[in-house]
Design a protein around this ligand. Structure first.
Ligand SMILES: Nc1c(NC[C@H](O)[C@H](O)[C@H](O)CO)[nH]c(=O)[nH]c1=O
Ligand SMILES: CC(=O)[C@@H](O)COP(=O)(O)O
Length: 178
């Protein structure tokens, strides 16, 4: 993908885990509403659902390698149970997202909640601790503009020109299934 200097040119994919959907749907809504706030166009966002956080990395890497996106948001919610299964899913999700970014060269942003219980997750999905999905989208907007400017323009302080180009436009949900 070429570089972008304003958010209306930004193309993103959001990979969302269906597991703990009550949480991940709220994180997705937070991400989409933040994209809307920063003028990312609805048509430029593809949402891809996967069964659980364990599968996020595979999808993110495939999307990254498609060369269609400036950034891939990875959203999931892993909630601790009685066994060590939690650690396996969390570690696999984290290394999968990291590998997806390294192998595709596209920023893959880690928006997977890793919580001890459902209360912690609800608090971070629009509750008293904010909406981590929304923060994930913010990372994509700012991170991508920064990365694009850093690699493609000289002098690098052009980055500071890019950031204020943030306006508001309507953005609903746009869904694609793998
Ligand atoms: N326990 C959680 C899972 N488990 C499901 C796995 O992610 C995976 O889909 C399954 O093992 C099939 O490969 N996923 C979450 O996202 N959150 C959990 O708490
Ligand atoms: C991710 C988890 O820990 C959970 O879904 C699995 O629960 P358990 O460890 O009780 O089998």
């Amino acid at each position: 993908m070429g570089s972008v200097t304003n958010t209306q040119a930004l193309r993103c994919a959001v990979v969302v885990a269906r597991f703990n959907e009550i949480i991940t749907k709220r994180l997705l809504e937070g991400a989409l509403s933040t994209f809307n706030h920063y003028s990312v166009l609805e048509d430029n966002i593809d949402v891809v659902w996967v069964p659980g956080s364990f599968e996020i990395g595979v999808a993110a890497e495939r999307l990254g390698k498609s060369q269609k996106y400036h950034a891939i948001l990875c959203i999931g919610a892993v909630i601790r149970g009685d066994t060590s299964h939690y650690d396996v899913v969390v570690n696999s999700a984290a290394s999968g997202v990291l590998s997806a970014g390294l192998n595709s060269g596209v920023p893959c942003i880690f928006g997977v909640l890793t919580c001890d219980n459902m209360d912690q997750a609800l608090n971070r999905a629009g509750g008293k601790s904010g909406n981590k999905g929304s923060e994930t989208a913010l990372t994509a907007d700012k991170g991508n503009l920064a990365v694009a400017a850093f690699f493609s323009v000289s002098p690098p302080q052009k980055y500071f020109v890019c950031v204020p180009v943030l306006r508001s436009i309507r953005c609903g949900s746009h869904t694609t299934y793998l």
